[in-house]
Design a protein around this ligand. Structure first.
Ligand code: GLC
Length: 651
């Protein structure tokens, strides 16, 4: 939009910027900043317009963008332009992601490079390397406490190693996802150290207070994120003699985004990593970016303005970059991180589908899809130009944050139901063979979440201990079933390293004082490469899971109806053990896939006439994409063996 006031200002700013900027070839930068400046200016003024130094800060912001633009290599700019011309590229069914820790997967960044073919063999083409920026030597929340936003932790390697890896991945057609921990820094960060030494400029980078008055007001409404290890939301720093806000662990200090200098530093950080070769930036803990007394300090309107501004600035400098929102919040809130009232994503193109993940686990425990169906039906429709990150497990816990209303509609009492899930997955219910651990127990609210590796949560650990072939087989089927759902639901499926070979809980964290109190470490394994080798051994557990997944991934990539164009319809059927949905290729309506999954330990059936409204009938001839054969039928019933699913096409 052309708007005179902001454009006059832009001209004035461009006259003021540093001479080295003006000497460069900035044609593309000018075009993009011209197109985006009205929005950038209005967002920046909504957030910081009342400040006396507003104009100086605006000049700084434009300078940072220009400097990062100049630094962007020709190769990366070429990719930007390709993606601008094909802006729906990431909605394709061809993408499959995996998240891993550099040290746990392969020792360090160089090691990952050597282990790329393993990922490619499986079919993974998006790699999320968990944060490995410089952090404290001791506890660092798995890399989410960063001490230097521009350096790699020496244990993982160096910046050169990362650049080399990025180039190597690009040559192999694998996208790189990196984290930018936008909400907080470690208390060892240079800004925090300055703040501790009394530098008020840097104290203003955080929320610091001389006494408990304001912290106490905040605490009235703020929930606790890590109630066991880090109760409350403030810590007293002896050296600084002040209280500082630390929502997560005590050593993670929340950044103060009401200070524009913080925003500028962090957009600079995002652009820095974009220029190191990241294709996708995962923005950590975005729901927490804005703090307001009297609220829970999550999902505030200003947090969305900050993300919109980050997106707009990034589009000027590196438009090929995608953002992932890590916002593990209620479904109605998650969806807003794509941006409201828009067609293309105004904030983040991708968001963690924590709702689907948690609902899948509910279905595993209850063997009943009622809550899953309710929850998905109540998920607001997302924008066309945005997509989900669908996952079964990740490095974090499983939160039971489904809507109480949905739980009640499914016939359960919310508190009792959450308790059941917790007991079930920690092996304390009837004959449950799940072996998870509670995480984040809050004695005040009674809440808790669940840790545990996928394989241990579905019972593989107990099945192996008991040497029970039937249980082993069931657990493998469940692992494949859950992945079958994330591979066909719509969105980018994200696997978690180790799950592809059935990695069990890893108890070794209990011996490390920096990890022992955080049960999430039980599912952050060191890959046992001898075990991984067993994937070549016909009939081994590793082979059955790895090859099963590999096959599903390869098939997914060839099914255009699995691309994400809001082309999914949930079909409600009588048998609540089944989960049924239809995916239709919008470019060819006859091209559709019926996904039917049985979450029960017993065989079930589906009468095709039940979904007659969608044109299925007793004579419909079906073929299963996975087996390549007709599904098993008995008369007019589709037969589903225990934990089995089909991807059915009409022939
Ligand atoms: C995100 C990360 C989690 C971390 C938290 C604080 O939720 O996924 O692992 O503990 O942010 O940084």
């Amino acid at each position: 939009m052309y708007e005179q006031v902001s454009h006059a200002l832009l001209n004035q700013i461009l006259e003021e910027v540093k001479p080295e900027i003006l000497r460069s070839d900035l044609r593309r930068f000018y075009t993009r900043i011209g197109a985006n400046f009205y929005v950038i200016h209005s967002l920046f003024s909504q957030l910081y317009g009342e400040r006396e130094d507003f104009l100086d800060q605006m000049v700084k912001l434009v300078e940072v963008m220009a400097l990062r633009y100049i630094e962007r290599t020709e190769e990366l700019e070429k990719i930007d332009i390709e993606r601008e011309n094909n802006h729906h590229w990431f909605l394709s069914q061809e993408w499959v992601a995996m998240a891993l820790y550099a040290d746990g997967y392969a020792g360090d960044l160089k090691g990952i490079r050597e282990r790329c073919s393993y990922l490619q063999d499986l079919g993974v083409n998006i790699l999320h390397i968990m944060p490995m920026m410089k952090g404290p030597q001791g506890a660092s929340d798995g890399g989410y406490a960063v001490s230097d936003f521009r350096a790699i932790d020496s244990r993982a390697g160096s910046l050169e190693d990362l650049q080399e890896l990025a180039t190597h991945l690009r040559e192999r057609g694998i996208l790189l996802t990196l984290d930018v921990v936008v909400n907080h820094t470690s208390d060892q960060h240079a800004w925090a150290i300055e703040a501790k030494q009394g530098n008020s400029k840097y104290q203003d980078y955080y929320y610091t207070f001389p006494d408990r008055n304001i912290p106490d007001m905040f605490e009235e409404t703020m929930p606790e994120i890590f109630p066991e290890t880090s109760p409350g939301n403030f810590v007293y720093d002896e050296e600084m003699g002040r209280w500082v806000m630390s929502v997560f662990n005590a050593y993670q200090w929340d950044l103060n985004y009401s200070n524009p200098a913080v925003f500028i530093e962090m957009i600079d950080t995002i652009l820095f990593w974009a220029n190191q070769g990241a294709d996708i930036i995962r923005l950590d803990a975005v729901a927490f970016l804005w703090k307001k007394i009297g609220t829970v300090c999550q999902n505030e309107r200003e947090a969305h303005l900050i993300l919109q501004l980050m997106k707009d600035c990034c589009q000027v400098v590196a438009p090929g970059i995608l953002f992932i929102a890590e916002a593990i919040v209620a479904p109605v809130e998650i969806i807003k991180y794509f941006g409201e009232d828009a067609v293309i994503a105004k904030e983040c193109e991708i968001a963690y589908n924590a709702t689907f993940m948690a609902l899948l686990w509910d279905t595993v425990a209850t063997k009943n899809s009622k809550l899953l169906v309710n929850g998905i039906n109540n998920l607001p429709t997302k924008l066309d130009g945005a997509t989900w990150l669908n996952y079964v497990r990740c490095h974090d816990d499983i939160g039971l944050g489904f809507d109480d209303v949905d739980i009640i509609a499914a016939g359960f009492e919310p508190h009792a139901h959450r308790n059941f899930l917790l007991n079930y997955f920690t092996g304390n219910y009837d004959n449950s063979i799940a072996r998870g651990l509670p995480f984040g127990r809050n004695s005040k609210t009674g809440d808790a979440r669940i840790s545990g590796s996928l394989a241990s949560l579905v019972g593989l650990e107990v099945a192996i201990q008991q040497n029970d072939e039937k249980l082993i087989d069931d657990s493998i089927k469940l692992i494949l079933l859950l992945h079958g759902m994330i591979l066909s639901f719509g969105g980018i499926p994200m696997l978690y390293y180790g799950d592809e070979i059935g990695t069990l809980n890893d108890e070794s964290y209990k011996l490390d004082e920096n990890k022992a109190l955080d049960t999430r470490w039980i599912h952050r394994p060191k890959i046992d490469w001898d075990k991984a080798e067993r994937r070549h051994l016909h009939g081994s557990i590793e082979e059955r899971i790895f090859n099963g997944l590999k096959k599903l991934i390869a098939i997914r990539k060839n099914i255009p109806a699995f691309a994400d164009f809001n082309n999914r319809e949930l079909l409600e059927v009588k048998d609540q053990h089944l989960f049924v949905f239809l995916r239709t290729n919008p470019e060819s309506m006859g091209d559709r896939v019926l996904v039917v999954a049985n979450f029960d330990a017993k065989p079930r059936y589906l009468r095709l006439a039940e979904i007659g409204k969608r044109g299925y009938h007793e004579h419909t001839q079906l073929r299963d994409y996975i087996s390549g054969e007709s599904p098993s039928m008995f008369k007019h019933y589709l037969v589903l063996p225990p934990y089995h699913f089909y991807w059915l096409v009409e022939r």
